[in-house]
Design a binder for this molecule. Sequence first.
Ligand code: CA
Length: 369
Amino acid sequence: MKRRDFIKTAGSGSLIMGTVLAGCSNSEQGGVTKAQQTRERHEWKMVTTWPKNFPGLGTGAEFLADLIGKMSDGRIKVKVYGAGELVPAFEIFDAVSQGVAEMGHGAAYYWKGKNAALQFFASVPFGLTGMEMNAWLYHGGGMALWREAYEPFGLVPAAAGNTGVQMGGWFNKEINSVDDLKGLKMRIPGIGGEVLNRAGGTPVNLPGGELFTALQTGAIDATEWVGPYNDLAFGLYQAAKYYYYPGWHEPGTTLECMVNKKAFDDLADDLKSIVLNACRVANQDMLAEYTARNNDALQTLLHKHNVDMRRFPVEVLEKLRSLSEEIVSQLAEQDPLAKRIHDSYHKFGLKVSKWHDISERAYLNARSS
Ligand code: CA
């Protein structure tokens, strides 16, 4: 009797199928049957760029891992490792690419050394907001480009979180003019760092876990991190005088889940769908969580810790925006794929900002007037 026939007559429950198949010899194996799919068990490691269980980011990675376990009824078990537990924060891309871990949770701008155009999949200064990033990725062609960009590294990417508009950061000197950026040593990743460089400052990139000490010891003059919820958790208010807004450099950063392509391809189709859709849920959930928690944390910073919050002067923001536009258009010249990513993002941005001028912006203005 052929396996398929046997399964059909064996009964309805997957447990029964599992029991029956457990007795079959391996030599019978040809194609992967539905019943075999139900018996798949995968134990995966997820490496992250965040401290273990760090609010929002680390807990977002845990939420995703847990969700994949539940949705797959335990067929995929994902164990999450904080930064440095298995590999250092900024080595997770290579670790997942090489199969040291099956999954990684980080942000695409950390990998600009691989290809500067990858930064479009995290955040672009003065670029798309969180809502707009999701629109571009899911319904504007962004996701297909992201998959194409990660393919040479043996990785399957997915959006798996979004911070919303970030804060400008913590400074130990006032920023009253463009000149105040000159010589400023600041932790700021991605294209924002390059903008600061052109404005005469010195950008440095450090994993989140190192920010407080770097700021407190004076190794850096300023740092951005995320927003009130995360900045409060790191206690950054204890190491800096001023808290600036808005986060011009990260208007809605997409966090990523990357999966080793071989591990992904080995999954049955339903498990592939579960992994990608769990990412989609985690992506949406994180933005909702940040939106809910940032305001509470901001009140604590302002009223309990007496933080001195400042808005960047208009003149400074204008300069930063013109430098950003220069740098972003230069990214397009790097190679044909970078040009396609840039053009897709740019074109989408022009259209969506016209729509949001008369929807989100007009509404927010009306609400506050
Ligand atoms: Ca940031």
